[in-house]
Design a binder for this molecule. Structure first.
Ligand code: ADP
Ligand code: MG
Length: 697
């Protein structure tokens, strides 16, 4: 039997452990830092470090590491042992407050987006007490923020923490205006639903594209895709089930509440959803979860693919970002209650969010833009590249009545009666699901569905929190000055909804009509990641971040540069992998089959000159032409890459890849995929789509 309550959080230096192991005063002071976002009192650091070390050693740790999230998209860690020599060949285990609070690392080896030229190579990691330390693989992991010598953030955590402070401050002003005197902090919360694929490790190892790029760059579709809709929620295969079971236990020990697991739409695609926690912790837990998924998969001879689009023709993977705001007293600010039409505070928060999504649509789009996610967005499987908002019928009716000044009448009683007496009658959710909307209100939270499966969700949440803090701040300014609070609130809600309701769309986001309608409404439609990146330094965006103190202009420009760089690097690796595979795997394989065909034809004629060789002839003709084209397009791709190399800026290079190289890559893929359908499977050098997605026993 697994005793879940006992094992849960077993490897975490959690609140419970701290309460048990720290002196009362130290515990109190640390809790204040954690809960209120107050600066840590350095005098307690030694005491905390010592308790942490003792606890970690009991859990089998010999090392500690500052664990951070540089802008590479993966986490970074450097392990130091607790060992310290004390002479005559003896050692003791040591860990000081100084080592806990601050670490030093060579920042020049991490992306800095041009900051490098102006700053010292030195970078610092700083302990984030608000995210719990934990023990994994014999090391004590200390979550940290990462910044340059000159104080610019070089990670995801720093601006996220700043944005959480910003939104808390402004939301509290609003709460006070509505008479809430008890809340002292407002937390933004995230529940990140993680999609992923599992493939067999032995098959994976035969695919250079999966190894180098995380996705298949070639591959003809299998005879069966996801059209039977039999994989979604389907029974778990034995090996997959064992993997999930193991993973869950690892995550539980790390204090992550892995809650739901199920098969997803595409064959061999799955999803894991944790229970939401405060944003900072949720981001750390999500990156930790992704690492654990990869490691656990290996134990079962599987590889976990977190890429946004591992396979063409079937759904890619996203990461739904469920987002809300809660007070430290346990009130969810996005909960409409039974009668939202009478809940002015909720309607004000809703109006503010509508404004956020409308005013900062470009920022939201760019916060999740990557070369990989471009394969999903707007591809009739994930939300379109147009950022719109779904609020459901009831809220839309309320919004319309507010804007038009008409009375609101509830449309239905909200009860579900299945008309089978033995089945219960239950209350339906406030909103139906609209899977095509990028930003959906789902009862008491918003679900941002554009993030990609491999992405760090800090980026979109930095935008959401910061933008909401700006709008709530504007509202608070007006309300604090107003003489008649009720009148001002009503007017504020009405005006805001009126000015920004163009972003609300409850229909089918995948349809062509919506694209036209969105254009008519003046909503941005940034189809490619690079188009989105270009908006980062728009004046309104720089003003937003600078005014709130979440990011400086320098930080924004450096992040923009990194986005362009990453985009170009990703595509460069993909293009080079395609060339390698075409020249060294596909062309030789096709030639081998051509040889077999021509020898077969020759042998047949030797037996009897009038024997029918039309099959060989036909195939020889078609395949020879295709392989000739493959060779030519590979050459074309090589030339284009050398042209890209000649570009001078990161921006120019990224746009060059987008406009001039992707089309050639697509052309090459089409030719190879076509050749695959005509070539003997025994000589084909890589496992097919069918094998990859259906053979996970
Ligand atoms: P579904 O989207 O499948 O209907 P749920 O409603 O159970 O699923 O929630 C999906 C995710 O949203 C879960 O990770 C859940 O923890 C998270 N979630 C629920 N409430 C909140 C909240 N107030 N803030 C942030 N995330 C939340
Ligand atoms: Mg969801």
């Amino acid at each position: 039997m697994i005793n879940v309550p006992e094992m849960f959080g077993n490897m975490v230096f959690s609140d419970k452990v701290m309460r048990e192991r720290l002196p009362k005063e130290v515990y109190k002071s640390l809790t204040k830092t954690i809960e209120m976002g107050k600066t840590i009192d350095p005098s307690i650091a030694d005491c905390v470090a010592s308790a942490m070390k003792e606890w970690a050693i009991e859990k089998g740790a010999t090392h500690y590491t500052h664990w951070f999230q540089p802008l590479t998209g993966v986490t970074a860690e450097k392990h130091d042992s607790f060992i310290s020599p004390i002479g005559s060949g003896n050692v003791i285990m040591e860990f000081s407050g100084k080592e806990l609070i601050k670490g030093e690392s060579d920042a020049s080896s991490f992306p800095s987006g041009g900051l490098r030229a102006t700053f010292e190579a030195r970078g610092y990691t700083a302990w984030d007490p608000a995210s719990y330390a934990f023990v994994k693989d014999g090391s004590l992991y200390i979550p940290t923020a990462f910044c340059s010598y000159t104080g610019e953030s070089l990670d995801n955590k720093t601006p996220l923490l700043r944005s959480m402070d910003a939104v808390s401050e402004q939301a509290l002003r609003i709460l006070r205006l509505f008479g809430d005197e008890t809340a002292t902090r407002v937390y933004s919360t995230i529940g990140a639903e993680q999609e992923y694929f599992l493939v067999d490790k032995k098959l994976y190892n035969k695919r250079k594209d999966l190894i180098y790029t995380g996705r298949t760059l070639f591959g003809a579709p299998a005879p069966k895709g996801q059209e039977m809709e039999d994989h979604y929620y389907g029974t778990l295969k034995t090996r997959v089930s064992a993997f999930m079971h193991d993973l869950e236990q690892t995550l539980w020990a790390l204090g992550i509440v892995a809650k739901t697991k199920h098969n997803e739409a595409a064959p061999s695609q799955h999803e894991l959803a944790p229970v939401f926690v405060s944003s900072n912790l949720a981001v750390d837990q999500n990156v930790l979860m992704m690492e654990c998924m990869k490691k656990t998969a290996e134990k079962y001879g599987l590889v976990c693919l977190l890429h946004e689009k591992p396979f063409k023709g079937v759904n890619g993977s996203g990461k739904h970002n469920n987002w809300s705001l809660s007070t430290d007293t346990g009130k969810n600010l996005m909960n409409p209650g039974e009668t939202p039409e009478e809940n002015a505070q909720f309607m004000l928060i809703l109006a503010a969010t509508v404004k956020v999504v409308d005013k900062y649509a470009e920022l939201l789009r760019l916060s999740i833009a990557s070369a990989a996610n471009d394969h999903r967005l707007g591809a009739h499987e994930a939300p379109p590249a147009i950022v719109s908002m779904f609020v459901g019928d009831d809220l839309e009716a309320i919004i319309t009545s507010i804007i038009d000044g008409t009375a609101y009448r509830k449309t239905k009683d909200g009860m579900m009666n299945l008309r089978v007496p033995s089945l219960p009658v239950f209350k339906k959710d406030n909103t139906d699901r609209n899977r095509t909307s990028p930003f959906a209100f789902t009862g008491n939270k918003f679900e941002f569905r554009m993030p990609g499966s491999s992405q760090n969700v800090a980026a979109p949440n930095i935008v959401l929190n910061t933008a909401l803090s700006e709008v709530l701040g504007e509202f608070a300014d007006k309300l604090e000055k107003s003489k008649d609070f009720d009148v001002t609130v009503k007017k504020l809600i009405k005006d805001t909804l009126k000015n920004h309701s163009r972003v609300i769309f409850n229909g089918n986001g995948y349809s062509e009509e919506w694209e036209k309608e969105a254009e008519r409404r003046g909503l941005p439609n940034l189809k490619k990641a690079v188009d989105a990146y270009a908006c980062y330094d728009d004046r309104k965006n720089i003003e937003l971040f600078e005014k709130s103190g979440v990011m400086s202009r320098t930080e924004i420009l450096s992040r923009q540069e990194i986005l362009y760089e990453n985009y170009a690097k990703t595509l460069n690796i993909e293009a080079l992998t395609m060339i390698e595979m075409a020249k060294r795997d596909y062309i030789p394989a096709i030639e081998k089959y051509l040889l077999t065909l021509s020898e077969t034809a020759k042998n047949k004629i030797a037996v009897s000159p009038d024997i029918d060789i039309s099959v060989e002839k036909n195939l020889l003709y078609k395949l020879s032409n295709t392989v000739k084209d493959i060779f030519a397009v590979t050459g074309e791709l090589e030339i284009k890459i050398s042209e890209a190399d000649a570009t001078v800026s990161a921006t120019e290079k990224a746009f060059y890849f987008c406009k001039n190289i992707i089309p050639v890559m697509e052309k090459l893929r089409q030719l190879v995929d076509c050749a695959e359908t005509m070539t003997d499977s025994a000589v084909w050098p890589v496992p097919s789509y069918g094998e990859l997605t259906y053979y996970t026993e």
